[in-house]
Design a protein around this ligand. Structure first.
Ligand SMILES: NC(=O)c1ccc[n+]([C@@H]2O[C@H](COP(=O)([O-])OP(=O)(O)OC[C@H]3O[C@@H](n4cnc5c(N)ncnc54)[C@H](O)[C@@H]3O)[C@@H](O)[C@H]2O)c1
Length: 314
């Protein structure tokens, strides 16, 4: 049994009274988040389309299983099986929360899959599918939830809404063999900043995480470093390690402007990622010649911090 499955729902938990929708919550990180929210008293909409590792249709429906686990622990949850990268699916996710529990307080955008190839072999289909599920699959639920919260705020209700988006180290630094995924996950960071800036006035806080954990998505890639400990000890790569920060970010406790931020979360470590900011600069208040621009660029680069390494680069 996992840590989250062991946990008992707490009547007065951090998320008591809140309604939380988690996309791609049938397995992996999303499942751990759903169980962790339920353990803190939230009512959870467990979304999962149930697709294979590369996004192709799969026969199983893991959302119902997670709902059964939450209910078996005394929590409240409902399954939602639509594709969140469609407008109908995203709208019906918000509707499922409102129709079933009367409200939506927190959205966790998490669903996704991989189509890894080096750029020269990356088909247009692989590009489109990964951009669609991650970037559009974040935008559409966010858009529909944001419209709901704005309407609540305009009707005079107090909104304490939270969104947690799921980026990746690939989006922060780049990852060899993952040009499509890195671009989509970097796009999610830009979307997070804009959503935080636009929605703050309506009581909506929007943050992103870049997690690392052993799931079906990563177990083949990181088999050697991600093995579970043989007996006892801290399983640093368990998906359940990522969920406590996600639960806090999705709760009313994450108040006072915790918004537009990005956190790396892995094992017992939480890191605030600091974004692009100006480094060394030169301004001669007139147009450069190409060779003058080049000479200045070299001088500036010599004074600039070295960029973080791209994952998988030699
Ligand atoms: N595991 C890691 O180390 C890691 C690292 C960085 C980022 N992430 C991100 O975390 C998120 C969760 O990944 P995971 O490792 O738990 O993977 P996972 O494959 O275990 O879970 C993803 C779930 O999303 C569902 N899904 C896929 N497309 C969907 C759609 N269109 N609509 C609804 N559900 C859909 C799948 O059926 C699956 O159950 C992903 O966005 C992933 O990119 C994971």
């Amino acid at each position: 049994m996992t840590q989250a499955a062991d946990a008992k729902p707490v009547g007065g938990g951090l998320c008591a009274g809140r309604v939380v929708a988690v996309t791609g919550a049938g397995r992996g990180l999303g499942r751990a988040h759903a169980l962790a929210y339920a353990a803190e008293g939230a009512k959870v909409v467990v979304n999962d389309l149930g697709v294979g590792l590369d996004g192709t249709p799969a026969p199983d429906s893991p959302a119902a299983q997670v709902v059964a686990e939450i209910r078996a622990s005394g929590g409240e949850a409902v399954a939602h099986g639509a594709d969140i990268a469609t407008s109908e699916g995203a709208a019906s996710l918000v509707a499922a929360a409102v129709d079933t529990y009367g409200r939506l307080d927190t959205l966790v955008n998490n669903a996704g899959f991989l189509r890894d190839r080096m750029l020269v072999n990356l088909d247009e289909d692989d590009w489109d599918a990964v951009m669609r599920v991650h970037l559009k699959g974040h935008f559409l639920p966010l858009k529909h939830a944001a419209a709901y919260w704005r309407a609540q705020a305009k009707a005079g209700r107090t909104v304490t809404a939270r969104v947690i988006n799921t980026s990746s180290g690939a989006g922060l630094l780049g990852s060899v063999g993952q040009g499509n995924y890195s671009a989509a996950k970097a796009g999610i960071l830009g979307l997070t900043l804009v959503a935080a800036a636009e929605m703050g006035r309506y009581g909506v806080q929007v943050n992103a995480i870049a997690p690392a954990a052993r799931t079906r998505m990563t177990e083949a890639t990181f088999a050697d470093t991600m093995a579970a400990p043989r007996s006892g000890g801290f399983d640093a790569m368990a998906p359940e390690n990522v969920s406590p920060l996600v639960v806090w970010l999705g709760s009313g406790a994450a108040s006072d402007g915790v918004s537009g931020r990005v956190f790396e979360v892995e094992g017992g470590r939480i890191t605030v990622m600091e974004g692009w900011r100006p480094g060394p600069t030169a301004d001669k208040a007139e147009r450069w010649t190409p060779s003058g621009a080049g000479e200045t660029a070299r001088e500036l680069l010599a004074r600039a911090a070295a960029p973080g390494g791209v994952y998988g680069a030699s």
